[in-house]
Design a protein around this ligand. Structure first.
Ligand SMILES: Nc1ncnc2c1ncn2[C@@H]1O[C@H](COP(=O)(O)OP(=O)(O)OP(=O)(O)O)[C@@H](O)[C@H]1O
Ligand SMILES: [Mg+2]
Length: 390
């Protein structure tokens, strides 16, 4: 078992590409730790440096207190599982799992014991004589894990191990992966670009963007207190809605509604322009009879009904204010304004029958509104009563 500490790690490739930039983080012994971020943000490079497949340009990597920068990968005792977990096609499941131990020159009885243990943890006992071509995708994935488990490594490093599986199997394997890690108690560093996977699997996660750390924390911390716009937009599905906002005359002015500041957080928000962030689940539908203050009317453009959820898409009014913000940071892939209004999504109670074109009265769970600085993108404050500036 191993704790892993990255101390100001950077990686610049020969062609000058900076893949990882000044990353410092500590992964605890036995922790399920996720490296999350969009394609090209440096996740695989970071993982490869930890396992020793890639050299470190700057900084140091410590495993259990020892600097391992110059330790050969095979001496780091870490097991890597890749996205394309090619099994040896001419070997059956048992032989596939035995192979790394045979290579290491381990004694036969010991090999049999370890393979038996891994097969029982992974529920592969009945499949030991099968050839890989006669296995399902999920079973193959388990054999690949088995090949890593038999080595009893200090840590497992996994690079998008589930991304070749179909959605249903991925869902099932995700649960198995979590159970497996708890059963083994071994440190696991897991790369994914899928925020749902990261949120459900990780004890903690780091979100990277262009090789730099955006935030480290538990899934709950990143969801409820995102450090900046990027984290706010990346975590959560459907994504957080972003709107131009202005604090003026003791009101938070959003395109569709004005909320007196004292209902948010008395006297702590400075006047000026902000970007407001509202999660789809923090809006709700109100019946016209019991209209709460600051409710607003929207016209339903599209309704996505998913059984357990209903996503309602609408566009806000333009509002009677002017804002200096036009396009939203493009990596989030959305435009702040569309014909003057803002395209928004609300996640509503699916039991209420909603049709497109219908006019709905919505309200915001005001305590959940986030405000972000326009120029730095940093979250100014969670607009929750009695909390200071974040
Ligand atoms: N050998 C290399 N030489 C030059 N640049 C590289 C090399 N390997 C990776 N890169 C670049 O480094 C950056 C990070 O790549 P990396 O593979 O770590 O991203 P990633 O987060 O794993 O992405 P993905 O989700 O697509 O796998 C990218 O811009 C990539 O093009
Ligand atoms: Mg990668």
């Amino acid at each position: 078992m191993a704790g892993i500490v990255l101390d100001h790690i950077s990686k610049t490739f020969a062609d000058g590409t900076v893949a990882v930039s000044d990353v410092s983080l500590a992964i605890a012994d036995g922790e399920f730790f996720i490296l999350l971020g969009p394609s090209g943000c440096g996740k695989s490079t970071l993982l490869n440096m930890i396992v020793g497949l890639e050299t470190v340009s700057l900084g140091s990597i410590k495993v259990d207190g020892q600097i391992v920068n110059n330790v050969d990968p095979k001496d780091r005792n870490m097991a890597m599982v890749f996205q394309s977990y090619a099994l040896y096609p001419h070997m059956n499941v048992r032989q596939n799992m035995e192979f790394p131990l045979k290579l290491a020159g381990m004694e036969k009885r010991e090999i049999a014991r370890k393979v038996h243990r891994a097969a029982s943890i992974l529920e592969l006992e009945d499949l030991l004589e099968r050839m890989p071509r006669a296995l399902s995708g999920g079973q193959r994935q388990r054999v690949a894990m088995g090949r890593a488990i038999v080595r009893e490594p200090h840590a497992f490093l996994l690079d998008e191990p589930l991304s070749n599986l179909d959605a249903k199997l991925r869902f099932q394997m995700r649960a198995e992966m979590k159970g497996l890690q708890k059963k083994l108690g071994t440190t696991m560093v897991y790369v994914t670009h899928d925020q749902t996977e990261a949120m459900t699997l990780g004890d903690r996660l780091v979100l990277l963007r262009q090789g730099k750390i955006q935030q480290i924390g538990t899934p709950r911390e990143l969801y409820s207190a995102p450090r900046n716009l990027f984290v706010a937009g990346f975590i959560g599905s459907p994504a957080m809605n972003f709107l131009p906002a202005e604090v003026k005359d003791n009101h938070l002015r959003l395109p569709m509604v004005q909320i007196p500041l004292e209902q948010l957080s008395p006297g702590e928000i400075k006047p000026g322009h902000y970007i407001a962030g509202i999660r789809p689940e923090h809006m709700y539908c109100t019946d016209d009879g019991q209209r709460p203050p600051h409710a607003f009317q929207v016209k339903v453009e599209i309704i996505e009904w998913l059984g357990a959820d209903a996503y309602v898409h609408f566009e806000t009014d333009k509002g009677d204010w002017s804002s200096p913000i036009s396009p939203f940071p493009d990596e989030l892939g959305r435009k702040m304004t569309r014909e003057g209004g803002v395209a928004m999504t609300a996640r509503l109670d699916p039991s209420r029958k909603i049709t497109s074109g219908e006019s709905l009265t919505l309200a915001i769970n005001q305590e959940k509104i986030h405000l972000f600085d326009i120029s730095s993108g940093l979250r100014k404050k969670n607009v929750i009563k009695h909390t200071g500036w974040a």
